[in-house]
Design a binder for this molecule. Structure first.
Ligand SMILES: *Cc1c(COP(=O)(O)O)cnc(C)c1O
Length: 376
């Protein structure tokens, strides 16, 4: 074997020995889906497909260039206006994906000589953005606004600017950040607050997200269209000056081709549904609540319910047991979650049936998991 293949084979063997090897699964996974992020079922909604088809006819399949060159098609304006209205901000900006939004935005806000304080369970792409920025990065204990305050009191004055990062709804635990307490600490210590609400939009706060639910307006509200909105792309919502600055400084926006306009048109249609259909937005949490009652788990705060199995091999086995009973629930293992906290991550979506949710609850009780909950 050539040396690169030897290197690759060694990496794969090491992962396999720890039950951490990953494979791309078969396209149409078997079983009733309980691990999708399509919380409102909008990826299959005919209204989004119709909007995308109409835009395909008008704008073609590709944006053709960066938005700053000739890629700024009409659906972008509609989408950004709809998002700013939903988020009650002056302006909003569409990025190629949530990942691109984070790695473009964070380095546009802070750099060397600045500090970032992030929740210890922040998503990998916030951490990637933080590292790219060159700012000093510190972590506060998960959802511990007191610890955040301590770090700010101790270190804030040694740095020029400070950015506080957290998720609104945590992607692997489903719990909500204490945004009011975090925003208060940021205000007292002259820090900017950026909230990644990838799993909040469409599901909590009447569909408007975790910040709306907490009654706070973070300086930067970031998220994705690839989950409850049923489409693809990332976003940032904020004040007009901040958005104008990102148009000029976010490298993942400036130096990357715009999303296909048809995708953005589908997003705008999805946002319209979220803004107007409160009953639809309430359904994922209602199904999660039904499940937790029946499975003897703590009441959920979002559409995400973790079932902790601790060891990666145990989580894989639990996933296989459920699959044999007709349920698609994937095991989540390190490094996506901390060592020793492998789990099933069960998600509830508006298009699931109550009877299936109840059957799954019975199956999960039989696994005898440790009660779920965040675990930093
Ligand atoms: C999924 C996710 C992202 C990335 O969004 P994409 O549009 O899929 O790139 C960012 N942050 C969090 C918390 C996520 O769960």
């Amino acid at each position: 074997m050539v040396s690169l293949d030897v290197f690759a084979a060694e990496k794969l063997e090491a992962a396999a020995a720890r039950s951490l090897l990953r494979h791309l699964p078969d396209p149409a996974g078997a079983g009733i889906n309980f691990c999708s992020n399509d919380y409102l079922g909008l990826s299959q909604d005919p209204r989004l497909a119709a909007a995308a088809r109409a835009a395909l006819g008008l704008h073609g399949t590709g944006a053709g260039a960066s938005r700053l060159v000739t890629g700024n098609h009409r659906p972008y304006m509609e989408c950004e206006a709809a998002l700013a209205a939903l988020k009650s901000t002056e302006a909003a900006l569409v990025f190629g994906s949530g990942y691109l939004a984070n790695i473009g935005t964070i380095p546009a806000l802070v750099g060397p000589g600045d500090m970032i304080v992030a929740d210890a369970l922040s998503h990998a792409c916030m951490i990637s953005g933080a590292r790219l920025s060159g700012a000093e990065v510190m972590l506060f204990r998960h959802n511990d606004a007191g610890h955040l305050g301590e770090l700010l009191r101790t270190y804030r004055t040694a740095f020029r600017h400070c950015l506080v990062l957290t998720e609104g709804v945590f992607s692997m635990d489903g719990d909500l950040a204490p945004l009011a307490a975090i925003a208060a600490q940021a205000r007292v210590h002259d820090a900017w607050l950026m909230v990644d609400d990838a799993h909040g939009l469409g599901v909590v706060g009447e569909g408007r997200g975790a910040a709306h639910a907490a009654g706070v307006v973070p300086d930067i509200q970031m998220g994705t269209f690839s989950k409850a909105v049923g489409s693809y792309g990332g976003y940032v919502a904020g004040s007009r000056p901040v958005i104008e600055m990102l148009v000029n400084r976010a490298r993942s926006l400036v130096f990357s081709t715009g999303l296909p306009p048809a995708v953005v048109a589908a997003t705008a249609a999805g946002l319209g549904i979220i803004a107007s259909d409160r009953a639809l937005c309430a359904r994922p949490l209602a199904l999660a609540s039904l499940f937790c009652r029946m499975a003897d788990l703590p009441a959920p705060a979002s559409a995400i319910v973790p079932v902790l199995l601790d060891e990666a091999a145990a989580a894989l086995e639990a996933s296989r047991v459920l699959e044999a009973q007709g349920f698609l629930v994937r095991a989540i293992r390190p490094p996506t979650v901390p060592e020793g906290t492998a789990r099933l991550r069960i998600t509830f979506c508006a298009n699931q049936k109550e009877e299936d949710v109840m059957r799954l609850a019975t199956a999960v009780r039989a696994l005898r998991p440790r009660a779920g909950g965040p675990c930093a």
